[in-house]
Design a protein around this ligand. Structure first.
Ligand code: NA7
Length: 559
């Protein structure tokens, strides 16, 4: 095993290059657990690089008011350590950003994970050197590291996008993106605030901002479906019971569709009477959260007529909640079916439009023309503002990869390979880039699932393959181009059968001008996906070529 001592690259005698077994990029949920597995359980030398000045990833950056996870807290955590699961006490039904960040800090402390993390350090380049079968990794702080493996734990929604609206830089007031929120918070008291965007971040932050600001203007391009979260303190007796049954609950989540321990009802929305269907939706609406999708009917996401019943139910609720009928109509989504964009869970979102200090600005009908020094001008006129909040989302799933100069065999650039959409095998590797693993990469369930469940599955699968390589004296693993083609086709085939293709969403890259319209996450469910990954491993990593070294050819190929 290589040592981690400083060494000198033969071609660059002036440069100190540190040699490690693995570089992990990112110190959020994924990077922390990968570090724990490789460093502490497998005894490897690991260097983690993290752009933030502390751990947390998504939950380090997204500190906007109201930021919270849509998975219930008891299942939004690691399951790899039973004591950790028993000790940690969540305070709410859903975990709020500060509490998730505290949890991740606790994990980092408990397992002493910080000591090999370089913070405030961005990986700028990772080049595969075929002469040595190693990756040369560079950072913006001047680090140069040679690693046998590179594991990306960069998150799926970590490259924020602020639309290039004319005049954007002329605004005299303050502006913020929800995904890069100031650590000291923002004082909205008495201010005129414009929020652009009504995705998850907008829907979570708008009610909180409106409760503090003088006046809030919401610039809405696409109305949204949202199901009430019914957030509140978590029932202690419920949590105690969860803890007694944690093993079973997690096992259920691991084999479920969305990584949640909910029982999917095996019935169509079209198989029951209108009255029964309404009663089922109403009960789920009252309970709140993703159960509205995951435990009512099995075909809301797949059958348009079944979906119409759920979409129509939510439209009627919006009309009920919003008192001004004109405003209500603007908030009712009609151009896409429920679940075709990321489903939203809200707290008082629609009620917020009943406040006197909130104005809905419909920019679908009167688009934004420019940002001026004084505010935002739409075709209907100028809105004077003190603060603009960009809740405008992310260059999802591929954006962060594209910001790193990743080069594989023959100097092939990942960005160019993925120019027409990401191509991966299982969302965990990509042909031509040996010994590079992606945690929750495009082509895996990732954003369509409860992330910690999917992250653990990937971390454990990656650890498993590295362990296999060590046991069999193998140095290089690479996805086969044919297996990759088949996987990408399979992901697309499933997506075609869902509602996902019927909206302009970030799942399809539609929110980024010029980005290819390709469905990126794997929509077949975390259980079937896990099964497939397990089968690949059990068959000796079918679809990958493993070799002792590059020149010796395939010592063990199971493709
Ligand atoms: P999202 O879900 O991508 O939402 C972004 C919002 O910003 C959405 O309403 C967009 O409208 C709007 N948007 C984006 N660009 C523009 C421009 N140019 N003009 C006007 N409005 C615009 O990002 P979030 O941060 O809310 O959520 C990201 C994920 O984080 C979320 O799905 C969860 O997984 C957690 P559009 O709908 O495109 O018309």
């Amino acid at each position: 095993m290589p040592s981690s001592a400083a060494t000198t690259d033969v071609d660059r005698p002036d440069v100190d290059v540190r040699v490690v077994d693995a570089v992990v990029i990112g110190a959020g949920f994924a990077g922390l657990y990968m570090n724990r597995r490789l460093r502490d359980e497998m005894g490897m030398t690991v260097q983690v690089f993290e752009a933030g000045d502390d751990v947390g990833g998504t939950w380090y950056w997204n500190r906007y008011p109201g930021a919270r996870c849509d998975s219930e807290s008891y299942i939004y955590c690691y399951s790899f350590d039973k004591d950790l699961m028993q000790e940690w006490e969540w305070s709410g039904k859903y975990p709020e950003q500060p509490e998730i960040l505290r949890y991740l800090n606790h994990v980092a402390d408990r397992f002493d994970l910080r000591r090999n993390i370089a913070f405030q350090t961005r990986v700028t380049a990772a080049h595969y050197d075929e002469r040595t079968d190693r990756w040369d990794v560079e950072t913006d702080q001047g680090d140069k590291v040679s690693a046998k493996f590179v594991v990306t734990a960069v998150g799926c929604l970590s490259s924020g996008q602020i639309p290039n609206i004319p005049g954007r830089d002329t605004f005299r007031g303050d502006s913020y993106h929800t995904g890069a929120w100031p650590h000291d918070g923002v004082d909205f008291t008495g201010k005129r605030v414009g929020v652009i965007g009504t995705g998850s971040s907008g829907v979570q932050s708008i009610p909180v901002i409106a409760s503090q600001a003088g006046h809030t203007y919401v610039f809405q391009r696409t109305p949204q479906y949202a199901v009430p979260a019914r957030h509140g303190t978590v029932d202690k007796a419920f949590l105690d019971n969860v803890k007694k049954n944690y093993d079973d609950l997690y096992e259920q989540a691991r084999w479920s569709l969305g990584g949640q321990p909910y029982t999917l009802k095996d019935r169509s929305a079209l198989s029951v009477s209108d009255e029964e269907r309404q009663a089922i939706y109403e009960a789920a609406w009252q309970e709140g959260g993703f159960k509205f999708i995951l435990s009512t009917f099995n075909d809301i996401g797949a059958d348009r007529r079944a979906n119409d019943t759920a979409s129509e139910f939510i439209r009627a609720k919006i009309r009920e909640m919003v008192k001004d009928p004109e405003v209500a109509e603007k908030l009712v989504p009609v151009d896409h079916p429920f679940t075709s964009k990321r489903a939203l869970i809200d707290t008082n979102y629609f009620d917020t439009y009943n406040r006197n200090n909130v104005t809905l600005v419909d920019i679908r009908h009167a688009p934004i023309q420019e940002i001026t020094p004084a505010g935002i001008r739409t075709e209907d006129g100028e809105y004077e503002l003190d603060i603009i909040v960009f809740a405008t989302g992310f260059d999802a799933m591929t954006g962060t990869f594209n910001r790193i100069d990743i080069q594989g065999r023959d100097g092939e650039k990942l960005k160019e390979k993925w120019a027409h959409g990401p191509q991966t095998y299982l969302g965990v590797a990509t042909a031509g880039f040996p010994n590079l693993f992606m945690i929750t990469g495009p082509g895996s369930p990732s954003v369509l699932s409860n992330m910690p469940v999917s992250i653990e599955q990937h971390v454990e699968w990656i650890s498993g393959v590295i362990e296999h390589m060590r046991e069999h004296d193998l140095d290089v693993i690479e996805a086969d181009a044919g297996a990759e083609r088949d996987w990408v086709a399979h992901v697309n085939d499933i997506a075609e059968q869902t509602m996902f293709m019927l909206a302009d969403s970030w799942y399809l890259g539609a929110n980024i001008p010029g980005k290819p319209r390709v469905f990126m996450p794997y929509p077949g469910g975390v259980g079937p996906y896990r099964q497939k990954c397990n089968e690949v491993a059990e068959a000796g990593y079918v679809g990958f070529t493993l070799s002792a070294d590059q020149t010796a050819g395939a010592a063990s190929s199971a493709s």
